[in-house]
Ligand binder design. Structure first.
Ligand code: SRM
Ligand code: SF4
Length: 571
């Protein structure tokens, strides 16, 4: 028996960096002011994430610039903090103009209900943040090792319970914001108060969380936010339109690395039921438990899902109860049936209407014959309500008075965009991550390849009379999982240029992960592999059986696993 005591593993480099950063300031102010380069240092790049900013470069230009001996085409991506995905019409106009003036000029709706700007040059970063600030918007904690943009059903006016859910999501988002004034000082020129109280982060501590942290609120029957993929989830329980409380979930997360079985997607466990007024206390206890027990030595093992997987859900639940002083009640029954965004016109309980508009990959830009950015600007100019970003990268034009509906319809029709919601069932249920050319981690195309992927599949669906069947397909350029591909009935996960791992068999409602069907194939190969599967689905499916359920029952071998450890939903 060895008597040697085990040396503690060294902390990951990010931990040292955070600790020495003076609450996320580092040398950012100096580096952002340095005009000799379009970049900032690697260390500063880790800190800007906490302020919603990522340093990127245009990967399409890398080789040519290298040959010419020039610096990479650096620019920043900025992600807005937008709990529940809500922006007023006047905020929309500000963001639209900022995209033109200081960014790429597109606006990108993300899978977590917010906006991203791409192509922001270093000299424009402050202009962008100051412009957003004037419109009461910020990008604090949109990225980084903190609680990020909180997701919630986008149109709470559909029921009084949904309205309460939205308010809780917003309140939790505010509660869990870091307290440092670094953002205000660096980008908004706020003066440092000399001799003031030393800055404290009461919930996060000086080194924040070991890794990113995500929260989603959901109101069954729609699991639009994919609640089981969130670190922390609140499943609303309502009766007769009244909110009774929440079933709390913890330990979801999707990122993994190809060929590393110690990383895996995991669906969250249900911890139990709480009263509506207990949300922030429970959330804080979940965060501080992860703060104190999450793995700070290995960032690939640092998400809450691994803390719970390693220590057990009962241990975790006990720790949260101890810290919050709240005992979980037994989970209440709940059932999800869909994830779909309601498209088209819908009336709300307050007498207003919203129009759900499908936007492929959430990319708002003007293209020949598809002037989406212009059309939405014109709508914002006449709109007295607001816009809601959905978890499926779509948009709703909300709070429309009945008398204004025709005006919205007319603007969409004038630009030829009135039939966007009449696309194939697969297209309306497609998600893709950004990937190339901006994402530094992309191994394959995703957003840019999606139209072609869909056309190829649509031809097969047409052959089998399935054009209008809702089949979810989710594509990413790498295994990090940004379009939640492991919850797609079809998941294509990039490995190399035109090489994807193909996953099948998730439940449409987001309560079961898919499983590996082919470790590596091209887009064309995936379509050919699925041609007979789609045909069999058309001929053999049981009444009401979704494509994912059919694949799970009839196509995937019984022993097909996600990975050696992948867990399934507890619900
Ligand atoms: Fe993501 C990293 C884009 C949702 C898991 N994600 C990135 C970065 C920032 C690349 C980087 O680190 O350099 C991507 C920027 C690309 C670009 O050029 O814009 C990026 N992620 C996105 C967005 C924009 C995808 C989209 O097309 O909508 C989504 C922005 C969400 C938001 O508004 O906050 C986005 N990312 C997600 C999701 C889905 C979700 O949260 O619902 C996931 C999977 C869920 C999860 O977190 O487990 C996700 N992104 C990751 C990971 C893997 C994390 C992990 O635990 O392993 C990374 C890489 C990392 O953190 O190291 C990553
Ligand atoms: Fe980039 Fe990968 Fe996320 Fe796609 S899934 S945006 S390629 S990190």
């Amino acid at each position: 028996m060895s008597t040697a005591t085990q040396e503690p593993k060294p902390l990951s480099a990010n931990e040292t960096l955070k600790a020495a950063s003076n609450h996320l300031r580092g040398r950012l102010a100096e580096e952002l002011a340095d005009t000799s380069t379009g970049a900032i240092t690697e260390d500063s790049g880790q800190l800007t994430k906490f302020h919603g900013l990522y340093l990127q470069d245009d990967r399409d230009l890398r080789i040519a610039l290298k040959k010419a001996g020039k610096e990479k085409a650096f620019s920043f991506m900025l992600r807005v903090r937008l709990p529940g995905g809500r922006a007023s019409a006047s905020q929309w106009l500000v963001l639209d103009k900022l995209a033109d003036d200081v960014a790429s000029p597109s606006l990108r709706l993300t899978t977590r209900q917010t906006f991203q700007f791409h192509g922001v040059l270093k000299g424009n970063v402050k202009k962008l943040i100051q412009g957003m600030h004037r419109a009461l918007l910020d990008s604090i904690a949109a990225c980084g090792d903190v609680n990020r943009n909180v997701m919630a059903p986008p149109n709470p006016e559909r029921s009084p319970a949904a309205q309460e859910v939205f308010e809780h999501a917003k309140s939790w988002s505010e509660f869990a914001l870091p307290k440092t004034r670094a953002y205000h000082e660096i980008y908004l020129d706020e003066e440092l108060v000399a001799g003031g109280e030393p800055e404290r982060e009461p919930m996060y501590g000086d080194t924040y969380l070991p890794r990113k942290f995500k929260t989603g609120f959901v109101l069954p029957p729609s699991n639009d936010v994919d609640v089981f993929s969130q670190d922390l989830g609140f499943i609303a329980v309502a009766e007769g339109g009244r909110l009774l409380g929440y079933n709390v979930t913890a330990g979801g997360g999707l990122g993994m690395s190809h060929g590393n079985a110690e990383t895996y997607p995991r669906l969250a466990d249900v911890l139990g039921f709480i009263e509506p007024g207990q949300v922030n206390k429970i959330g804080e206890a979940v965060i501080t438990t992860q703060r104190d027990f999450g793995d700070r030595t290995n960032r690939k093992h640092a998400r809450l899902k691994y803390t719970i997987q390693d220590r057990g859900v009962e241990w975790f639940k006990g720790e949260v109860e101890k810290r919050s002083g709240i005992k979980f009640q037994p989970a209440r029954p709940f059932a999800f049936t869909t994830i779909e965004d309601p498209l088209g016109w819908h009336e709300c309980v307050d007498g207003t209407w919203f129009y759900g508009l499908h936007i492929l990959s959430g990319r708002i830009v003007d293209r020949d014959g598809w002037p989406m950015k212009t059309a939405l600007r014109e709508i914002a100019q006449i709109h007295s309500g607001d816009f809601r970003l959905t978890p499926s990268q779509n948009l709703t034009i909300s709070g429309v008075a009945p008398g204004k509906k025709a005006e919205v319809d007319a603007i969409l029709a004038k630009h030829g965009l009135h039939r966007e919601n009449e696309r194939s069932g697969m297209r309306l249920n497609a998600l893709s991550c950004v990937a190339l050319p901006t994402c530094g981690l992309a191994l394959a195309e995703s957003e840019r390849a999606l139209p072609d992927i869909l056309e190829k599949f649509e031809a097969v669906l047409d052959e089998n009379g399935l054009r209008h069947d809702a089949i979810s397909i989710r594509v990413t350029g790498c295994p990090n999982g940004c379009a939640r591909p492991y919850l797609g009935e079809i998941g294509l996960v990039g490995k190399a240029p035109n090489k994807y791992a193909l996953y099948l068999g998730a439940r449409y409602d987001g309560t079961r992960l898919n499983r590996l069907y082919s470790p590596s194939t091209t887009v064309e190969g995936a379509v050919e592999m699925l041609r007979p599967v789609i045909k069999r689905y058309a001929l053999e499916r049981q009444n009401g059986e979704g494509f994912g359920d059919f694949c799970d029952r009839a196509i995937l071998p019984a022993d097909a696993t996600f990975h050696s450890i992948g867990t399934q939903a507890a619900a």
